[in-house]
Unconditional design. Structure first.
Length: 253
């Protein structure tokens, strides 16, 4: 069941989203070669706690960290580790959820570390563009399938694939709520978009095949063929006139 958010709930989610944006701004300034993925997790947790938010991923189904930090061929759910060292040319996805007074905001950015290859540059760019292409269809009366179809269409037209195994979702007092928002599908299908919906739209893009594999840790999801991946996400509130993104910091591109 899709839960329509009240103005009070949206206000709380916006504060969580503001802190998510602050985390991303901080990471943008600090990510560099030689850091471990655990160093990134430490920055995420400290920034959230210093701003009266709880890192909601920590402990979620026993997940051990405050962020999912996924490097190169890891699509999602990379567990931070002191043994995974970021190198010049890597692309690093950082997926975070902040909770403020019981309400959440969820977003992801894929960072380019130093000078990256043209391959890496392009997949990061197309993944982000796919989000903003889909965002054009967030309008009252449209369908969730319109969003899904546009992500798939844009990604595949650029020569990439979208995962069939993981999806975007609604959000509120729970991290994952209805509706499910796949990155593939048929326009005109799925739930109708209504004012007050809170949606996490998140293109998850693979350079090669769409197939993924999960490591023995039960979390880390990698491309099956070892090729690059990228992930971009924001929490979006449906408004009378369209939408509001609540997880970008002021001035973010």
């Amino acid at each position: 069941m899709v839960i329509i958010k009240s103005p009070r709930e949206i206000a709380l989610m916006k504060e969580a989203g503001r802190v998510v944006g602050l985390v991303f701004k901080t990471l943008e300034e600090k990510i560099r070669p030689g850091m471990s993925t655990l160093d990134i997790d430490t920055i995420v947790e400290r920034t959230m706690l210093d701003n009266q938010c709880i890192p909601a991923e920590k402990g979620y189904y026993d997940y051990p960290a405050s962020a999912c930090v996924s490097v190169n061929d890891t699509l999602i759910h990379g567990i931070p580790s002191k043994n995974i060292i970021i190198k010049e040319g890597d692309i690093v996805s950082v997926d975070i959820v902040a909770s403020y007074r019981g309400y959440m905001a969820d977003a992801c950015r894929t960072y380019k570390v130093g000078k990256v290859s043209e391959r890496a540059e392009r997949i990061v760019r197309v993944t982000k563009e796919a989000f903003f292409e889909a965002l054009k269809l967030v309008k009252i009366g449209n369908h969730i399938g319109d969003i899904s179809h546009r992500v798939q269409e844009y990604v595949e037209s650029n020569g990439y694939n979208v995962t069939r195994d993981y999806t975007g979702h609604g959000i509120g007092s729970h991290m994952h709520e209805d509706p499910t928002i796949p990155n593939f599908g048929k326009a005109g299908t799925g739930a109708k978009i209504e004012k007050g919906m809170a949606l996490c739209i998140e293109p998850m893009v693979l350079e090669g095949r769409k197939d993924t594999r999960v490591l023995n840790d039960g979390w880390t999801v990698k491309s099956r063929d070892g090729k690059l991946t990228a992930h971009y996400e924001n929490t979006v509130i449906v408004t009378e006139s369209g939408y509001e993104i609540i997880t970008m910091y002021e001035g973010e591109e």
